[in-house]
Design a protein around this ligand. Sequence first.
Ligand code: FAD
Length: 472
Amino acid sequence: MTELLGPHAVQTSQAQLKEASVDRFKKYTAVHGIFDGPIPAAIVYPGSTAEVAAVLRFAEENLVNVVPRTGGTATEGGLETVVEDSVVVDGSRMNAVTSIDPVDMMATAQCGVRLAELEDMLRPRGLTTGHSPQSKPLAQMGGLVATRSIGQFSTLYGGIEDMVVGLEAVFPGGKVTRIKNVPRRAAGPDIRHVVIGSEGALCFITEVTVKLFRYQPEHNRYFGFLVDRFADGIAALRELITAGYRPSVCRVYSPEDARQHFAGFYRGKNVVVLVAEGPKRIADATAEAIEELFAGRRHERVDSGLIQHWFENLNWGQDRIDAEKADMLTNARLGYTTEVSVDWSRTSDLFDAVMSRIRSEFPRAADLTMLGAHSSHSYQTGTNLYFVYDYTINCSPREEIEVYHKPLNAIIVTEALRAGGSMVHHHGIGKYRTPWVRQEHGSAFYLLSTLKHAFDAKGVMNAGTIFPLEPS
Ligand SMILES: Cc1cc2nc3c(=O)[nH]c(=O)nc-3n(C[C@H](O)[C@H](O)[C@H](O)COP(=O)(O)OP(=O)(O)OC[C@H]3O[C@@H](n4cnc5c(N)ncnc54)[C@H](O)[C@@H]3O)c2cc1C
């Protein structure tokens, strides 16, 4: 690697290699300095597409497993190096915004551009990508596309798959591929979707072009309502969305989840949060529809200033990650999430089934200090449920994942599949939801596995991600 990229682009310090062997799925073991899995041989920092191509060519020729990385905020094991002598290919030095085009309304950025940095360049020009995941301060363009990420304003702007116009990626063996920027085309299947959501298991994304929208927060209108039952909140969201309105934010929090966000005013109830956004006349019309919808329902109104304040402090930067680490060490507790999606008609049943199974079947239920959920991304046909759970750890740090995280995750995933939904809404499959990938896709798994065999015949891209690791 040093011969290919030069010494300045290769990192082999033991401390950094250990950190690079895991992601946030193993945040509790990592904070205790436990790194049991294979440690990568090196982290390399290519500075150009040509250098990425050189690394991928070398990797294929020498059967070296490559784990692509950008912002490092992955939560499902996508960054874990599960085979010996892997090389982590970190795109964060490829961090140029190469164009901002206010006429054709697109921006092009290399994979290592942090989304927050791109937004900071766009907003003074009255533009935005419309993408706002909670990890916006840290996540970078390559990872955001590779995971099929979604942001807080998704009901209006969509997920990343609705934003990507074109991109450049390097495939195994060093094959550079550019998917050109066009408004739409009918020239065969949409090949952007081979790359979007591929989680580093098919290719390395080097550059991304995304759509731009007008940034006009002065028209935003914030709403909060307290409702008695979670199902009442879901019904309100469904009515609004299926009537054709597109509030940028459209959420309902169960009381347990609401307590950690809205302790000052939730009063033991479910909290519905909505934001009307866009050109003034559209924002006003959406706001009017929200007012009308709730006028006909049993609810209490929340001061809109409180909702706006909450939104403005929702994102996670490095300071919150560090605070979480300190808290894990001091208090032996942590919180995780599992996000799934399901049709409207089954949403409340799925919520009830997960709550009841965890409370009755999970052997360590007494250690749960919080178990709740919210719906935060809605569609014409259904919504997502984002289950959240906090627990006190009454076992050794090394056992935490097997004793707590995996069994809780498994109940949520299996219930989502049983309800006919998807086992993963936006964090990706990573390495820890692979046991259910065949069940998720059914007879269509053939399409997915054919992509892997066709593009990565030698199996050198992020082994164990999306596709279960084959026994050697
Ligand atoms: C506090 C917090 C809040 C979060 N909030 C959200 C949220 O609101 N919405 C959401 O969707 N997600 C969220 N996430 C999850 C995570 O931020 C997203 O998955 C994000 O898209 C990952 O981007 P990244 O640059 O950090 O990628 P990384 O963590 O570096 O990598 C993620 C995956 O993508 C692959 N990958 C990375 N770069 C490339 C590349 N250049 N080419 C090919 N594959 C690549 C990796 O191999 C890995 O499998 C959150 C995570 C945290 C920690």
